[in-house]
Design a protein around this ligand. Structure first.
Ligand code: FAD
Length: 265
């Protein structure tokens, strides 16, 4: 057994990745009396990140875990969903019922913090990643990047799109590459975008805009042959101009010097 681990030695379940899926699973397991160990490769948690829209399934999971009311405190509860076109303006608007929550919009970091509330700190080992996972007949041996090895009954890969667990344990998968590039930004500017969640469709691009609290979170997605190096402000500016609506003005309120989150999907 590993001396460095502060977690109980009885841990039978390893969850690799302390993201949204890993934490939600740990919370479910805790409700069933298990004490999983979560290893997270990041040395510390990230800040607020992009806005996530939680629809029926996400809301049901949070409700089951008893986290819905905590999440609601930091979330926006849009009462409409708009689809706009760069050329034609408003294409359609769906009204969401006032008496019912069908959609919550929340920054990823706030959702992550709410999920963490259900997990004791000593279940999470930060700055740790598996280097070798070997399935035996009665257990799984996992060697971590500090060269220590532990045995588990079950190992769950919740380590995101570039999963190490998937790479180590499975062969029947293939990577599908998309030429979609996404910038995620936030601004505190006083621009009236209304209270709806808004999707603006431009040519080979989309702007996705939501007000959450005193900030507007927006994503710009664009189909690009060659992904630019972040923060790629020139390419970002060109996309905002192409999509139009309030996106160029929203971009004006973002921090030029800070690298916006950009991801190729
Ligand atoms: C811009 C953007 C907008 C989105 N909007 C929405 C939305 O509106 N609604 C919605 O439902 N979804 C949305 N998504 C998708 C949603 O964010 C993902 O589905 C969700 O984050 C996946 O959760 P996860 O826990 O599987 O992975 P992640 O959240 O990526 O977490 C994986 C975790 O594993 C850790 N990790 C990785 N490798 C290792 C390793 N080797 N060892 C240990 N730890 C490791 C990572 O550091 C991370 O903490 C959006 C995604 C993006 C990028």
């Amino acid at each position: 057994m590993v001396d460095e681990m502060t977690h109980t030695d009885e841990s039978e379940i390893l969850i690799v990745g302390g993201g949204l899926a890993g934490l939600a699973l740990a919370d479910y397991l805790a409700h069933q009396g298990h004490e999983p160990l979560i290893v997270e490769q990041a040395p510390q948690w990230r800040d607020s990140g992009y806005v996530i829209g939680l629809w029926e399934v996400g809301l049901a999971v949070l409700d089951e875990l008893g986290r819905l009311e905590t999440v609601r405190e930091d979330a926006a509860d849009p009462k409409g969903y708009e689809v706009r076109s760069s050329y034609e303006g408003l294409l359609t608007r769906t009204t969401l019922p006032a008496e019912q929550t069908l959609l919550l919009a929340i920054y990823r970091g706030d959702l992550h913090t709410a999920l963490r509330e259900g997990i004791p700190d000593d279940w999470i080992q930060m700055g740790t990643s598996p280097e070798r996972i070997v399935e035996q007949t009665d257990r799984v041996d996992v060697t971590f990047d500090d060269r220590t090895t532990e045995k588990f009954s079950l190992v769950v890969g919740a380590d995101g799109v570039h999963s190490t667990v998937r790479e180590q344990c499975f062969t029947d998968w293939r990577l599908r590459e998309y030429d979609m590039y996404i910038w995620s930004l936030r601004t505190s500017q006083d621009i009236d975008i209304g209270s709806d969640m808004v999707s603006v469709w431009g040519p080979s691009s989309e702007g996705f805009v939501t007000r959450v609290g005193d900030r507007v979170g927006f994503n710009l997605a664009a189909r690009l042959d060659i992904p630019p190096e972040p923060p790629a402000r020139d390419a970002l500016r060109a996309q905002a101009e192409t999509i139009g609506w309030h996106l160029p003005a929203l971009l004006d309120g973002t921090d030029e010097t800070r690298s916006s989150t950009a991801s190729a999907m």
